[in-house]
Ligand binder design. Structure first.
Ligand code: NAD
Length: 397
């Protein structure tokens, strides 16, 4: 065991180091936000989060534990710190969450492995049976660039592209920090198929069937995967592109799962359409960081800004938490993006988008907050952390 000073090492939308203390402080802040919204507490609440270590999945796990003293089981895929090489932030986030849960006497089970595999599904089922019996809620929050088909062994790679036409749009070059035009060749049929295979509903189907067949979904259990729609400026690359095709597949799969759960356990499955937030996954999509930088500024000025934890508190307290009935749109989806999508906000995006350029993007948008928010995902630039102090990187969950 040894301690090291750890600094950010960033290239575009990737940071290859992370800071355990900063990650722990982020988790603590989220716990406090959710704690402040605590209201009624059920006798028991048992939650499985698939993709539980960062972004929306982490926030949902924190919200469930902090709001309702939920017992949780989290599945994630993270690198453990070794010697002077830091682990990935999701590992340190999970360690911090686990310490909180243990301290409160809550069950916290962590499975670090490939959620797409049959083995990890079985391991999860075994752990639920051993420690919780059943779960009342399943949050499905995976974001991955690749998936290995557990039956055929085929490796699918998601390919974020437009469909049909070449896409030309504005984006921020995160390395050189200027506004530039990206040009993306349209996807091939193979690219569409593989993106749907990674981010569509196939794996959710496998999870639901495995959990149902094992009898570990409680009567009335709910299954909630996440989707995104977003503004017209991102339609060509997002909603009408390969990733949008995958989300349509996930939404159709969820509708079918809903019927299955209804008939078998009087359960339900609902898509939750969440708002755009700074995460590792969203940083990797062209155009989106620029859109989020504008959106954050406008939503903050309108006093309706939300981070993942605020969204997940709202998801539980207004829609799917114990005793809640979700409010659904005409397609049966929960709309946590309601505040992002109101006309007043989107009209402002439409007004600013054509004018934003290298000279004015720092004043027109909240790019500096985006940049800071991105670094904070890795535990850097977090208030109160002494970054010159050596830290232990081999934290254990
Ligand atoms: P994220 O990158 O922060 O989190 C992804 C999670 O998936 C992590 O916990 C990671 O460990 C886990 N994971 C990835 N591959 C895995 C594997 N093979 N096995 C086990 N775990 C694995 O992503 P996010 O932005 O929070 O996205 C989560 C979901 O929310 C996605 O469905 C995304 O489309 C949706 N969403 C995101 C946004 C946004 O703006 N970020 C908006 C709306 C909806």
């Amino acid at each position: 065991m040894a301690e090291f000073v750890i600094k950010p090492r960033i290239r575009g939308f990737i940071c290859t180091t992370s800071h355990p203390d900063g990650c722990a402080a982020n988790v603590k802040e989220q716990l406090q936000i959710a704690w402040a919204a605590r209201n009624t507490k059920p006798d028991t609440y048992r939650v499985l989060v698939i993709g539980s270590s960062t972004g929306y999945g982490l926030a949902s796990r924190i919200a469930a534990a902090s709001l309702y003293d939920a017992d949780t089981i989290g599945v994630f895929y993270e690198r453990v710190g070794e010697g002077k090489k830091s682990g990935t932030p999701g590992y340190y986030n999970t360690a911090a969450f686990h310490a909180y849960a243990k301290n409160k006497g809550l069950t916290s089970i962590n499975i670090n492995g490939d959620a797409f595999s049959h083995e990890v599904k079985q391991q999860t089922i075994d752990q639920i049976k051993a420690h919780m019996e059943q779960v009342d809620l399943v949050i499905y929050s995976l974001a991955s660039p690749r998936r290995i088909d557990p039956d055929t062994g085929e490796e699918y790679r998601s390919d974020i592209r437009s469909i049909g036409d070449v896409y030309v749009g504005k984006t921020i070059d995160l390395n050189k920090e200027f506004i530039t035009e990206v040009s993306v060749e349209p996807a091939t049929e193979e690219g569409i198929r593989e993106t749907v295979a990674v981010m569509g509903g196939d794996d959710l189907n496998l999870w639901t069937d495995a959990l149902l067949n094992a009898g570990v979904l409680a009567e009335g259990a709910r299954v909630v995967p996440f989707s995104y729609i977003g503004p017209e400026v991102t339609y060509p690359i997002y909603r009408n592109g390969t990733i949008g095709r995958a989300k349509e597949h996930l939404e159709a799969t969820t509708a079918a799962i809903h019927l299955r759960l209804q008939s078998k356990i009087e359960g339900a499955a609902y898509i939750s359409v969440n708002k755009a937030v700074i995460t590792q996954a969203s940083a990797a999509i062209p155009v989106v960081p620029l859109y989020i930088s504008l959106l954050y500024k406008i939503m903050k000025e309108s006093n309706v800004h939300e981070a993942p934890i605020n969204q997940m508190v709202r998801l539980l307290t207004d829609h799917i938490g114990p005793g809640q009935t979700p409010a659904l749109d005409e397609k049966g989806r929960i709309r946590l993006d309601d505040r992002e999508m109101v006309n007043a906000i989107q009209n402002e995006i439409d007004r600013l988008w054509p004018t934003v350029n290298t000279d004015n993007f720092r004043s027109l948008s909240d790019y500096d907050a985006y940049k800071k928010g991105f670094r904070q995902l890795f535990g850097f630039e977090v208030d109160g952390i002494d970054y010159d102090k050596p830290v232990e990187l081999e934290t254990e969950v």
